[in-house]
Design a protein around this ligand. Structure first.
Ligand code: 8X3
Length: 224
């Protein structure tokens, strides 16, 4: 969607082949940066080696995040907890710190953080994941106080159930179980969330969209 609007996009992710497919598809408008956001050394090195036409960055969309495991706090492993905290919190901080000087230098920067409705509501099984998203939500609000006057806007986007690889990751690759996560309702699609990101980015420069919370029309929120 951003490329269709005339932007050049840098995609950061671990799966190099997928990024390279996108680079082929959007030749010249997409730069593949294969990196684990948890690895700030590699991230910073690769961001310092961007080709000239991608070196100036004005928008950052922080989307890396995951939920691993199901059940209570005692049902998830130490490793799953570390992976969630390292990715959802440290990874997001790493990318934000690495890119922020470029956003400030651009004179029209914008950070969009993908949180979750889990940042705003509590529910059984939410524990580490939902709390990590609450961290991102609060981190964003605090960061915004530093960005006022520096021409960098900040938006949190908090989706509910969205049909992506999220459930497959949560269910450790078990597709049948993952499908059941979305079977009781019509979930959001990735495009529904992408349109919210785009809308926030497209507002006039004097407008800061603080928060967009969106969810499937038939997802319950009785636990709010
Ligand atoms: C996940 C949102 O509704 O699947 O970020 O718990 S939900």
């Amino acid at each position: 969607m951003l490329i269709a609007q005339g932007c050049k996009v840098i995609g950061i992710g671990r799966r190099k082949e997928r990024l390279e497919q996108l680079a082929d598809e959007f030749h010249g408008n997409f730069h593949a940066l294969d990196c684990d956001v948890r690895d700030s050394l590699v991230l910073n090195r690769k961001l310092n080696e961007l080709p000239d036409e991608f070196a100036a960055v004005s928008k950052l969309v922080n989307g890396a995040g995951l939920l691993q495991g199901q059940g209570t706090l005692l049902d998830v492993s130490d490793e799953q907890i570390s992976t969630m905290l390292d990715t959802n919190i440290h990874g997001l901080i790493n990318v934000t710190r690495a890119v922020l000087p470029k956003l400030i230098a651009s004179g029209h920067g914008h950070v969009v953080n993908l949180t979750s409705i889990g940042a705003h509501v509590h529910y059984q099984g939410g524990h580490v994941y939902a709390a990590s998203k609450a961290f991102v939500d609060h981190f964003g609000r605090c960061l915004r106080t530093e960005l006022v006057g520096r021409r960098v806007r900040l938006t949190s986007i908090a989706p509910g159930k969205t049909r992506t690889e999220f459930a497959l990751v949560q269910c450790a690759g078990d597709q049948a179980r993952a499908d059941r996560v979305y079977s009781s309702l019509t979930p959001l699609e990735a495009d529904d969330v992408a349109r919210a990101v785009l809308w926030a980015l497209q507002q006039p420069e004097h407008v800061n969209i603080n928060l967009i919370e969106l969810m499937p029309a038939d997802q319950e929120l009785s636990y709010r």
